[in-house]
Design a protein around this ligand. Structure first.
Ligand SMILES: C[S@@+](CC[C@H](N)C(=O)[O-])C[C@H]1O[C@@H](n2cnc3c(N)ncnc32)[C@H](O)[C@@H]1O
Length: 419
């Protein structure tokens, strides 16, 4: 969306039309011609249709708030999911820390002074800022993209304690804030904000702002958080930081580096957020250097991706009475069906058979067991699941999950059922 179209979209009557867009026929063409008949330009009509779609798409990340917000496609793709943003807010606001306030003091000036201030330096459409302000912080947000900054301003309009401006992080005075938040852009900018033609940036110095600039600022701050992609090379994590990988509803969404007062426990940790929450920390790793490999048991356990990315798979061995199937493969095995808090960190499959990995023998073995439909998983096996499924050409039959992996030096296929 270009700045001129955004200005037109921000007109009260146009926004009102967006809020009532469901009154129009659902069919896109019919909707478009109805809007044109009402006098909207081609650009504003396209913007209204795009915003209506983006609001729908955004509900998954931002819940009902999405219905009252504006987006760019890139901005929505990069926005933090609200429950995860609330977790960032708790960390920056020092949740669980003693505030040291005077007992019984009820002076409003003191109360105002104690409101923590957070700078969001590259705020996007404002999802993190929304959570920071919603949880009581005084938020100053900036974004280097003019349209994105204007959209963040709109999205934060109901929060008196938050504002957004069009500015570069590098030009901001960061010295006066209680906490700094960074979520550097890690994709190239698409041609036209809604084109979706972006590509991942691999060199951290090409992030915007660059990772070295961000880390320098974070190290100097009272408290800071830096959101990065979960594939981050562990060697880039400064010793002073706590690195926490986060998954939400089964998807690994980020690694976040916390500094200063936002750092709770140094080292690596994994936070599994979903129906149940699990926190696994580097200190939970077994003390010995053993790789923990053992015989295949009755169950195969697939650890959550955040735990895998954090390099903490063996931390689950003790609580789940489990062992690894191979020193380099992130599957565990156990004879006892997982229960208790640590079971939130794995998906469990009951192993019913160990089958040969060669396609003709595998096909024969599956047909003889009446299996006709397979979900294929792999770790440590050089296969392309869709290709294998096509090669198997199974006749109709029961459903099963096939796990292509290694037991010691042997390439095997485990025939399993999800528990
Ligand atoms: C990953 S997004 C932030 C998403 C945000 N945390 C959210 O949850 O909505 C990164 C943003 O940084 C902005 N940006 C890139 N370089 C910047 C810079 N030097 N200063 C300020 N903002 C910048 C981009 O325009 C983009 O909107």
């Amino acid at each position: 969306m270009d700045p001129q179209t955004l200005t037109e979209l921000l007109d009260v009557s146009v926004l009102d039309r967006l809020d009532r867009i469901e009154d129009l026929p659902a069919d896109e063409l019919a909707r478009s011609s109805a809007l044109r008949k009402e006098g909207y330009s081609a650009e504003v009509t396209a913007a209204l249709l795009t915003q209506a779609q983006l609001r729908k798409d955004a509900v998954k990340k931002l819940g009902p708030f999405a219905e009252d917000m504006l987006f760019t496609r890139d901005g929505l793709a990069q926005a933090t999911r609200l429950p995860v943003a609330a977790h960032h807010a708790r960390r920056l606001l020092g949740e669980g820390k003693d505030t040291g306030g005077d007992e019984g003091a009820d002076d409003s000036a003191d109360a105002a002074d104690s409101t923590p201030s957070i700078a969001d330096l590259g705020c996007g459409i404002g999802a993190d800022s929304f959570a920071f302000a919603g949880m009581g912080a005084q938020v100053t947000a900036v974004d280097a993209d003019e349209v994105t900054a204007a959209i963040a301003t709109f999205n934060l309009r109901h929060l008196a304690n938050a504002s957004a401006a069009h500015a570069r992080a590098e030009d901001s005075d960061t010295s006066t804030f209680d906490a700094l938040w960074f979520d550097p852009a890690r994709r190239t900018v698409g041609k036209g904000t809604n084109s979706g033609s972006t590509a991942r940036i691999f060199d951290p110095e090409d992030f915007s702002p660059s990772l070295s600039w961000v880390i320098d600022k974070a190290l100097a701050a009272k408290a800071a958080g830096v959101k990065l992609g979960p594939a981050l090379d562990h060697s880039l994590i400064p010793d002073e930081a706590e690195a926490q990988w986060v998954s939400h509803l089964g998807e690994v969404v980020e690694v976040c580096l916390y500094f200063g007062e936002a750092r709770q426990r140094p080292g690596r940790s994994a936070l599994v957020m979903g129906e149940r929450t699990l926190l696994v920390h580097e200190d939970d790793l077994p003390a010995d250097d053993e790789d923990g490999v053992g015989e295949l048991g009755r169950y195969l356990l697939e650890p959550d991706g955040a735990i895998v990315r954090a390099g903490l798979v063996t931390a689950l061995c003790g609580p789940l009475q489990a062992r690894r199937v191979h020193p380099k493969i992130a599957y565990l095995t156990t004879d006892v069906e997982p229960s208790g808090p640590a079971s939130a960190g794995v998906t469990t499959y009951e192993v019913t058979d160990v089958l040969p990995a060669k396609i003709p023998s595998l096909r024969k073995a599956l047909i003889s067991r009446g299996i006709g439909s397979v979900v294929i998983k792999k770790r440590g096996a050089d296969i392309v699941p869709d290709q294998v499924r096509r090669q198997l050409k199974l006749p109709a039959g029961d459903k099963a999950t096939l796990v292509f992996t290694r037991l010691g030096d042997r390439h095997v296929v485990l025939l399993t059922q999800p528990c």
